[in-house]
Design a binder for this molecule. Structure first.
Ligand code: KG4
Ligand code: ZN
Length: 341
């Protein structure tokens, strides 16, 4: 089954073509330079940039996949969660392709895309698993007894992990997007230099809290400065990152044990974090668990994960009508294919 995937939920325009789990083309137009000077994503600018990027990307992706519009067996598009204006650009494009070619349209949940992205490199046997989904807008632990079936175990009660990385990075003057820059800086620092609080580490549930950690970082720097000392930014970055990763790794392993699954699966932009990848690999090996992590390009937003998730949905008979709309706060497990606009 050959499926086109369109992803425009935030600041990356992603267009891909997959054939079952094989990626034939996976192109990305990044808007980082556009939003950089504002220190964050400006929704209106994001929508316009998606409009400009989409048509040339569609043509390029089909050319790279060596197929025409008429060869598509389906058109998959992110319908949420994300920025409503940005989502609508992708949805309008997907509807046009579906209407013009007769290929069925399928609305995809962005979070399911992040989870199923693992199938591209690790094959279709993903479930049963416990999934850690960490991105710019989400931080959650989910039990997936079988593919397409999700039980939310816990989530952040305040900031998302990516948001915390971005805020601390901005405080350190690392620019936008902050996550990757903080990760790079942390590599030269000592993760044990400063002992930041491990919020909710012993809360006995699978929830997370990240806003207190961000405040602890700011307080620490202020206290040191007041005492006439400067803090090494690399040590600060590494110690902050360690506090985030510590809690995520221990809760993920605990959830896998609790639900009796052998597989831990990671998805979302924050999974590009070097330290998280290292630590979850180590912890998984120690606990005898299979750990699935997508490669860097498939962790952050991309069209291939949407195309693959759409292909799997189409294969089991799901279809969306041309009346489908965007749902900015769509939850994992909600039926993305029938969101009405
Ligand atoms: O999944 P994603 O690409 O977009 C959303 O769906 O939100 O995730 C983006 C988030 C941003 O907050 C970004 O700073 C973070 O992922 N991120 C990282 C790294 N690469 C991206 N955070 C920590 N370390 C990284 N290497
Ligand atoms: Zn994402």
């Amino acid at each position: 089954m050959r499926v086109l995937g369109i992803e425009t939920s935030c600041d990356e325009t992603g267009v891909a073509v997959v054939e079952d789990e094989t990626v034939l083309a996976n192109l990305l137009a990044s808007q980082v330079q556009l939003h950089e000077r504002f220190g964050g994503v400006v929704p209106e600018l994001a929508s316009r940039a998606h409009v400009e990027a989409l048509t040339p990307l569609l043509e390029e992706a089909l050319e790279e996949a060596d197929c025409g519009f008429g060869d598509l067996d389906g058109v998959a598009v992110t319908v949420g969660p994300g920025l409503v204006g940005a989502l609508l650009v992708g949805i309008a494009a997907a509807k046009s392709v579906s209407l013009a070619t007769g290929a069925p349209l399928i609305g995809v949940n962005h979070l399911e895309g992040h989870v199923l992205a693992n199938a591209i490199e690790h094959g279709p046997e993903l479930a049963p698993a416990v999934c850690l989904v960490v991105s710019g807008g989400h931080t959650m632990l989910v039990h997936m007894p079988e593919v397409h079936s999700y039980e939310l175990l816990g989530q952040t009660v305040d900031d998302a992990a990516g948001e915390a990385f971005d805020k601390v990075a901005r405080f350190l003057g690392l620019g936008f997007p902050g996550g990757p820059a903080l990760d790079r800086l942390a590599r030269t620092g000592d993760p044990n230099a400063i002992r930041f609080p491990r919020a909710m580490a012993d809360s006995g549930d699978y929830d997370f809290s990240l806003s207190g950690l961000k405040t602890a970082v700011l307080r620490h720097v202020k206290a040191e400065r007041d005492a006439g000392r400067e803090v090494d930014p690399a040590d600060l970055a590494a110690s902050f990152q360690e506090a985030v990763v510590d809690v995520q790794v221990s809760k993920t392993v605990a959830a896998a044990r609790d639900r009796g699954v052998d597989t831990i699966l990671l998805g979302g932009g924050v999974v590009a974090n070097t330290r998280l990848r290292e630590r979850i690999d180590e912890a998984g090996a120690e606990a005898g668990l299979r750990v699935l992590i997508p490669s860097m390009d498939l962790c952050t937003d991309n069209g291939a994960m949407i195309a693959l998730a759409g292909a799997w949905r189409l294969r089991r008979g799901d279809r969306s009508s041309l009346g489908i709309g965007a749902d900015p706060s769509l939850e994992l497990g909600a039926d993305a294919s029938s969101e009405l606009g």
